[in-house]
Structure formats: C-alpha cells, structure tokens
Design a protein around this ligand. Sequence first.
Ligand SMILES: Nc1ncnc2c1ncn2[C@@H]1O[C@H](COP(=O)(O)OP(=O)(O)OP(=O)(O)O)[C@@H](O)[C@H]1O
Ligand SMILES: [Mg+2]
Length: 278
Amino acid sequence: MFFEDNERTPPDRYGRDIPPRTAKDLKQSPVVEFKNVTKTFNAGTRNAFTAIKDVNFAVEDIPDQGEFITIVGPSGCGKSTVLRLIAGLDPHHPPTEGSVKVMGKNVEAPGADRGMVFQGYTLFPWLSVKRNVMFGLRMTGHSEATAESEAMQWIELVGLSDSAEAYPHQLSGGMKQRVAIARALANQPKILLMDEPFGALDAQTRAQMQSYLLQIWRQVDITIVFITHDLDEAIYLADRVLVLDHGRLVQDGHHDELLAEDGPYRMLYDAWVSATTV
Ligand SMILES: Nc1ncnc2c1ncn2[C@@H]1O[C@H](COP(=O)(O)OP(=O)(O)OP(=O)(O)O)[C@@H](O)[C@H]1O
Ligand SMILES: [Mg+2]
C-alpha cells in the first residue's frame, strides 16, 4: 500500500492528478518528434535562407495528460516554421533535412489529428458560429444532427452558447478566437497548434483567454504547442518552454530552470521585464 501511494505523483499545478509514468507509457511513440530538422527556404538558389537548423525535441505521449508547451524567441527565429512543420503546411513543410513525426508517423500533410488556431481570425465570415464549428465535423462525415449536437457542446465549453447563431462580424476579437478554439477542438485533435492566437487582443481580453484556455486544456486530453512573444503568457500557460534563437533550439525546459541558466532565455526575460516595467 505504502509503495503504491508513494508511486503516485502529486497533483500538478493545475490540480490534475497525474498517474505515474510507467515503462509502457514511455515506449509509445512521442506525440511530436523532431529529429535533426533543418528547413532551408529557396534551397539551392541565391535566395537560400535557413530558417531552422538541426532542431531536436520530443513531446512524450503520457496517457490522459497532454503537455502544454510554449515556443518563445525573437522575431524571425523560426517559431512559426517549427509549428507549421508540425501542421504539415507548405511552404514550411517538408523539412529540407531530418524528420518531423506526429504519433510516430512522418508528417505528410495537415490532418485531423492536429488542430490549428492562428492570430488572424480564420473563421468563415459567411457562416454562423455554429456552422463554423460544425464545418470540420461535416467534412469528416458526421451527420447534420450529430455535427450540430457536438458543435453545440464545444460552443458551450468556450462559453458561447448564446452566440451560436451569430456571425463572425458580430463578435469581439476574443469571442472569435473562442470560436476558432471550439472549431479546432471539435475534430478532437491530439495536438492543438497555436501561433500567437491572442496577439491581437487587448491585455484584459488576453488574460481572460489565457485562463479559458487553461480551463479547456484541463478538461480535454490534448497536447498544446503555443507560440508567444509575451513571456508573461508563456510563464502563465506552460510547464515547458522551447527557446529558439536564429533557427536553433537553444534551451528546452521549465521556466525556472531556464531562468537559472545564463542563456538566451534569461536575456529574453530581462529584456521583456525592462520593456514591460514602467
Ligand atoms: N516562405 C518563406 N520563404 C523564405 N523565407 C521565409 C519564409 N517563411 C519564413 N521565412 C524566414 O524564415 C525565418 C523564420 O521565420 P518564422 O516565421 O518561422 O519566424 P518567427 O519566429 O515565427 O517570427 P515572428 O515572431 O516574427 O512571427 C525568418 O527569417 C523568415 O523571414
Ligand atoms: Mg511567427
């Protein structure tokens, strides 16, 4: 009995009671795996530009527990390139060298196992909130009635039941992003890819969205990879931070660990603190 109790890890900072990792868990393929990934745009021409160079990391698949990872680094360091390689989106996909795997398989194209929420509002303006969320479900062969009832559940989860019949132009920026999150989650992806999703929102709305996202993440077994410029956001949201610098993955760990190192993360953090402190 004592042994069993001792094996359980304490609830994490989100209050989730995480089962212990077993050898079997760790034998499963990682959710995401980058092996020696280099992406050179316009390779072989005068305009060749290497956006990321020899990037290696893995996100393990722990049953019933998705990781929340942020990618940070200066503008142009390759954050979106990493995310879009996971998504399988051209022209970032395919990598010039190395392999990008999701659930043990090479990424060939976008797929329903990866949902995406980007900064620009990517809702269909001619469809209502409900129809936007139903769209992917209908595409994947769900009947009208099933798609509608599932869509309404996701809309409820993001707190927009009262706006289900509204059109995107009738919504605030934060509401639009909540619809985008519901739409991405409706297909029950394994991974949610978010590229500065709250970057265009005012500070108060942004803070609300961050707490919404954490609430949702606690309820859904999903891995989130989230790009942000805002270190406050990275610290609030994620347990694990990947730091990119000039296309290289230079640090990978928890905020506190990274801050204790004399490296790029601390420089980013110091610069951010002085920029945000009046
Ligand atoms: N299609 C492309 N063709 C050529 N170069 C590109 C292309 N897309 C991105 N790049 C270059 O690759 C580098 C990395 O771009 P990326 O968009 O990944 O950066 P980022 O870290 O997301 O930047 P930001 O914070 O400004 O969004 C940049 O220097 C960019 O100019
Ligand atoms: Mg970017």
